[in-house]
Write a protein that binds this ligand. Sequence first.
Ligand code: SAH
Length: 282
Amino acid sequence: MNFHIMTLFPEMIEHSLSTSILGRAMMKGLISFEAINIRDYSNDDKHHKVDDYTYGGGAGMLMQAQPIYDCYNAIIEKINQTRNEVVAENGENGLGGLPGAKRPRVVYVTPQGAVFNQQMAADFAKEEDLIFLCGHYEGVDERVLEEVVTDYVSIGDYVLTGGELPAMVMIDAISRLVPGVLNNDESAMTESFNNNLLEYPQYSRPEEWMGKKVPAILLSGDHKKVDEWRLEQSIIRTKERRPDLYEKWLAENPPKPEKKKRKRKKANPESISTADDTDNND
Ligand code: SAH
């Protein structure tokens, strides 16, 4: 999967994305990042200007349409070129600029977008190429947004100085869902937000730390019981910390009335007994 990031601060992106898990994924050829400097596409040869005052007045500067549009076209051209090379080599179907072909999605990161979540990350992870546009200053001239953007996405209800951090947040979340990026693909399946539940509490060595013991059930070797305990903890935790998610989960998993077995589970739906679970008290 290839990420193309249009930005005024490419070094911000490049430094951050080339470390740790994403850096390794890049080395393995599973993902690639290219941060493209919008300033390089300014028509202003002297000062490489990319912003100007807003019509109608108001504070601050706005990123102009032309440099972004030219930058975008250069990216599309490059993607098409790469795809055509692949076609020439493998005889596969080319995409991009070819007739009837699919254009890559273009995400404008903006506080005015839909709020990013795990589902969106999974959806974006299916793309082969994904283009991000990072705004700065007061934002971007509306006309170029209309022309190129397919998705308006926010990272939350607050305003940042630029789109680089939001783009990196999204790229990080998307990348780790690309097959092979995480060492153990299973971990993406059991994680928070899968099925609208937060992940259960986890423990590593030692068995006892500061007088706190690892819940006995996790040492029992009984995988079925461990799974049950984890699901129960996930539910309790989600109910406590994210009642909004819990409601969604509940809607999809309505309680089964005739289930006698619930007695065990009744242990303590309200109170959390994470650290010293001594199996479910009856
Ligand atoms: N004047 C704009 C905010 C501009 S902030 C408004 O009121 O909507 C400058 C840039 O930072 C934006 O163009 C956007 O790319 C980025 N940005 C700021 N907050 C963001 C958020 N919560 N999510 C995603 N991008 C954000």
